[in-house]
Design a protein around this ligand. Sequence first.
Ligand SMILES: [Zn+2]
Ligand SMILES: [Zn+2]
Length: 287
Amino acid sequence: MLTDYHLHLRADDPDATPANSFTPANAERYRAAAGERGIAELGVSEHIYRFTQALELWRHPLWQEFARDDIDQYCAFVREQTDLRLGVEADFIPGGEERIATLLGARDFDYVVGSVHFLRDGALDMDAYSVWDSGRSVEDIWRRYFETVGESARSGLFDIISHPDLVKYWGPSHPQGRRPDGDLRRYYEVAVEGIAESGVAVELSTAGLRKPAGEMYPAPAFLQMCVEADVPVALSSDAHRAEDVGADYDRALELLAQLGVEQLSVFERRVRRLEPLGAGEKSELAT
Ligand SMILES: [Zn+2]
Ligand SMILES: [Zn+2]
């Protein structure tokens, strides 16, 4: 089968609200787009910082600005009004492990996608609160980023480590250069070690192709290191709109084939199993 587990029903559009995002009709749009691409297994993983309960974990100004929705209403909607798996995309906040565990443990998610979007208060993939303006060197940011990804895996809080080289977001052509020179595997090692030793799945995400990075997350060399360490793979698009569900999966499947990956991770109530990889029958294109 094919999966797309990292989906956001809530668009980035400022007019989006829970009332117009968390509707059966919107979920059906994602389901229909997936059907056209032969993707049978779908789940949503809304950003935790959209929920007021996230302010119990962290009070970053960005979170205070966006925390408006109720996480239990979201969970109830997905369970009761859709046929999608219930996930959430949760940030790893060093030092906040117990609070994160409490928040996650109180809900019956099928899986939790763990993300590192910040180093301390500095954002990796946004101009606002940018870590790149902190005066730290590119090498220091990269080293600290991958250490944090490794720690996020070892925390045991997550089922899938998402976009595990998000630090490359700005792309090699960024005028300030935000990528170290040479073979980047020296940075990846510490993250891959944490992922492999903790038994979580690693995400292959096509989202990076739609960002300045211009390549999938993670880079092929990173994924190869994971595969060699027997880390299971979860496949996702990180779509924030129905049109992007399963985007560029042909490229993802090509990479997985090159690396000899023949199974994908599937989750139910936080239990993982592996299913043979392959597209299902594609539904007719909607007219
Ligand atoms: Zn993310
Ligand atoms: Zn996401």
